[in-house]
Write a protein that binds this ligand. Structure first.
Ligand code: CP
Length: 291
């Protein structure tokens, strides 16, 4: 049975814990695994990326493998070849396939036709690789995940959903604070929802920000900036969280919008560790998927 990672909910709590243990080990010894020796991994990008592309390319190289970055407009996919046929051909050449796209249905279609593991590098609905790095960062800070409280403040988007879903597997209590019209939809049973940032961060161990205008939301940028303005993470909001609380952000940041420069570059953030941990967590994921 080919294993995929489309939402992160494919992992149970024990597997997630083991994956994070491996991520810590790989962070301590980045060249200690040759899990992809002599093999290639296809990385298909239909949207922009800095961290995801960089961390997967570097991580696959560190595992002894070769990343092959493919942009949709370079593939026959852009000229009408089906997603299924693309998956069938890629499966004959690579050990795994990553996809960054819009529709979750397209990722699911790719996985259904693939004989090798498919992993989600961001869709409209989910960003599980980001959540894995975030949990790794939280665990490094607090020494545990069970019982931690994370407050996500802002647009109830794919990152919020993955934090809620994957966090729930690990025992992290996620609260999402969003203005009317931007609340987390869908699998929100895994998160507590509110429209009050102060209520969300009360007792939180981590306060999480994401951009107000995600890729594809550019046409509604003005309305988003207006609605989300009270949902900025600043020192005053962090002061309302638990003592020792940290600030997180999946990046890219827009200092002065969703987060102040004082928090983004200050002593309470672990944001740049998050960005690094993408590589370690994803290497552990690849080890699991290609096993
Ligand atoms: N956080 C994240 O996915 O960053 P990129 O969009 O740069 O890959």
């Amino acid at each position: 049975m080919t294993r995929h990672l489309l939402t992160g909910t494919e992992l149970d709590r024990d597997e997630l814990g083991a994956l994070l243990d491996r991520a810590d080990a790989l962070k301590a010894a980045p060249l200690s695994s040759r899990a992809l020796e002599g093999r290639s991994v296809a990385l298909i990008f239909e949207k922009h990326s800095t961290r995801t592309r960089l961390s997967f390319e570097a991580g696959i190289f560190e595992l002894g493998g070769q990343p092959i970055v493919l942009r949709r407009d370079e593939l026959h996919l852009a000229r009408g070849e089906s997603v299924g046929d693309t998956a069938r051909v890629l499966s004959r050449h690579v050990a795994a396939i990553g996809l960054r796209t819009g529709p979750d249905a397209l990722l699911e279609e790719l996985a259904a036709a693939s004989d090798v593991p498919v992993f989600n590098m961001l869709t409209a609905g989910h960003h599980p690789c980001q959540a894995l790095a975030d949990l790794m960062t939280l665990r490094a800070q607090f020494g545990r995940l069970e019982g931690l409280k994370l407050a996500y403040v802002g647009d109830g988007n794919n990152v919020a959903r993955s934090l809620a879903l994957v966090g729930a597997i690990a025992g992290v209590e996620v609260t999402v604070a969003s203005p009317a019209g931007y609340a987390l939809a869908g699998d929100s049973a895994h998160a507590t929802l509110t429209d009050d940032p102060a209520e969300a961060v009360a007792g939180a161990h981590a306060v999480y920000a994401d951009v107000w205008v995600s890729m594809g939301d550019e046409q509604t940028a003005d309305a988003r900036r207006s609605a989300l303005a009270p949902f900025r993470i600043d020192d005053a909001l962090l002061d309302r969280a638990a003592p020792g609380a940290i600030a997180l952000h999946c990046l890219p940041a827009h200092p002065g919008e969703e987060i102040t420069p004082e928090v983004l570059y200050g002593s309470r953030q672990r944001i740049w560790d998050q960005a690094e941990n993408r590589r370690h967590a994803q290497k552990a994921l690849l080890e699991l998927l290609v096993r």
